[in-house]
Design a binder for this molecule. Structure first.
Ligand SMILES: CC(=O)SCCNC(=O)CCNC(=O)[C@H](O)C(C)(C)COP(=O)(O)OP(=O)(O)OC[C@H]1O[C@@H](n2cnc3c(N)ncnc32)[C@H](O)[C@@H]1OP(=O)(O)O
Ligand SMILES: O=C([O-])CC(=O)C(=O)O
Length: 378
């Protein structure tokens, strides 16, 4: 029995105040700056949500125009970054190369250490504008294709498709992607955001905070789960096998990717909106493959909830949705970054506006104090 109360994994611990988002597990709700995320996802474009997350209010049309112009001005990567990206191992995971590319952006910025509110906002918009191009170029380079340069003629989500595939798909598909961007944008003190805030709390620079956050998000218990979900669906293989696969996986105590959540115990508030968008997209695509993944997802969800009472999280519908949009699986977590850069940087700004070094205590359980034996006598 421990003489102090330790909250392993910091579960249930309030680490700081935030005014950015509120996760309300008891009513399955999530708000960004007071607005329900499902309303933002369906009624606004991701650009409006990004503005809201950073500025605290939804933009007027002229504020949005100015914001989009600022983002478009920052589009485009330096020749040096393209050169470095050309040297990346094509077999490396795109989260590893993205982590390095963001770190590279930091060393390119000679004012990286400027932490004035104006500089932090500029750097946040810079990363928001450049990360989609890094992700799209990574996809193309690792598949032996030439990157497609960014264009200032297209909106955020459309431009991402253009840079990946050289074309923009049907509006329903773009809308599904845009909805996923809003749903993935922010989620209070999740592991990667807390990592970003911890790094910022030593008054390090914002690029370092984001680089660390990318490393945290990569893990399959966090953002990496959207990729793991798709590998799982591929392993299941067909809708006919889905129920037995799940029963067998549960009987052998497997962890089922895309299910469970530290904060939500009776369902992730973002899932119904993402699932509906995924279904609409499946209907538009209309192929047997699309219908197969939809049916498999539905049966796995139903079986998991019936057997264990554990609900899907956002990664469960997002994984197959990205797959059906044509993205290869290792790009799914980098796509999460394309969105979460907004939340991470908003938290870095909030942390620095009222900073206190994050430094918890550790409860020591190692050896008692002892004497060093000289090496010859050990
Ligand atoms: C965007 C996001 O980051 S969302 C999260 C994405 N991650 C995943 O989908 C990975 C799969 N899920 C998980 O590993 C976990 O549910 C986590 C990491 C998300 C949350 O973990 P915790 O809050 O630590 O919950 P914990 O692991 O203690 O789970 C509680 C119980 O539910 C079970 N459980 C939780 N999730 C799952 C799952 N996915 N599959 C099977 N059992 C599960 C645990 O085994 C545990 O059972 P026990 O009490 O009998 O030991
Ligand atoms: O909140 C969490 O722990 C994980 C999550 O859903 C997110 O970061 O979107």
């Amino acid at each position: 029995m421990s003489e102090v109360e330790v909250q392993y994994g910091l579960a249930g611990v309030y680490a700081d105040d935030t005014a950015i988002s509120k996760v309300m597990p008891e009513i399955n709700s999530l708000t960004y700056r007071g607005y329900k995320v499902q309303d933002l996802a369906t009624q606004c474009r991701f650009e409006e949500t990004a503005y809201l997350i950073w500025n605290g209010e939804l933009p007027t049309q002229s504020q949005l125009d100015a914001f989009n112009a600022a983002e478009k001005k920052e589009r485009g990567l330096s020749g040096d970054l393209y050169k470095v990206m050309g040297l990346f191992n094509p077999k490396a995971h795109p989260m590893d190369t993205l982590r390095t590319a963001i770190s590279f952006l930091g060393q390119e910025d000679e004012t990286a250490d400027d932490s004035s509110p104006e500089a932090l906002m500029e750097k946040s918009i810079r990363m928001y504008a450049k990360i989609p191009e890094i992700v799209a170029a990574t996809y193309r380079l690792r598949n032996g294709k030439q990157p497609i340069p960014t264009t200032k003629d297209l909106a955020f989500s459309e431009n991402f498709f253009h840079m990946c595939f050289g074309e923009v798909p049907a509006p329903e598909i773009v809308k599904c992607f845009d909805i996923s961007m809003t749903l993935y944008a922010e989620h209070s003190f999740n592991a990667s955001t807390f990592t970003a805030r911890t790094i910022a709390s030593s008054t390090s620079d914002i690029y370092s905070a984001v680089t660390g956050a990318v490393g945290s998000l990569k893990g399959p218990l966090h953002g990496g789960a959207n990729e793991a979900v798709m590998y799982m669906l591929k392993e299941v293989g067909s809708a006919e096998k889905a129920k037995d696969w799940m029963l067998d996986a549960l009987a052998t105590k497997k962890k089922i990717m895309g299910f469970g959540h530290r904060v939500y115990r009776s369902g992730d508030s973002r899932v119904p909106t993402m699932t509906e968008a995924y279904k609409k997209m499946v209907d538009v695509i209309g192929t047997d493959e699309a219908k197969k993944y939809w049916e498999m997802s539905r049966i796995l969800d139903e079986t998991m909830v019936a057997e264990k009472g554990i609900y899907p999280n956002l990664d469960f519908p997002a994984g197959p949705a990205y797959y059906l949009m044509g993205f290869e699986i290792p790009m799914f977590t980098p796509i999460f970054v394309v969105s979460r850069i907004t939340g991470w940087t908003a938290h870095v700004m909030e942390q620095l506006a009222n900073n206190k070094l994050i430094r918890p205590l550790s409860h020591y359980v190692g050896e008692g104090q002892r004497e060093v034996t000289p090496i010859a006598a050990r």
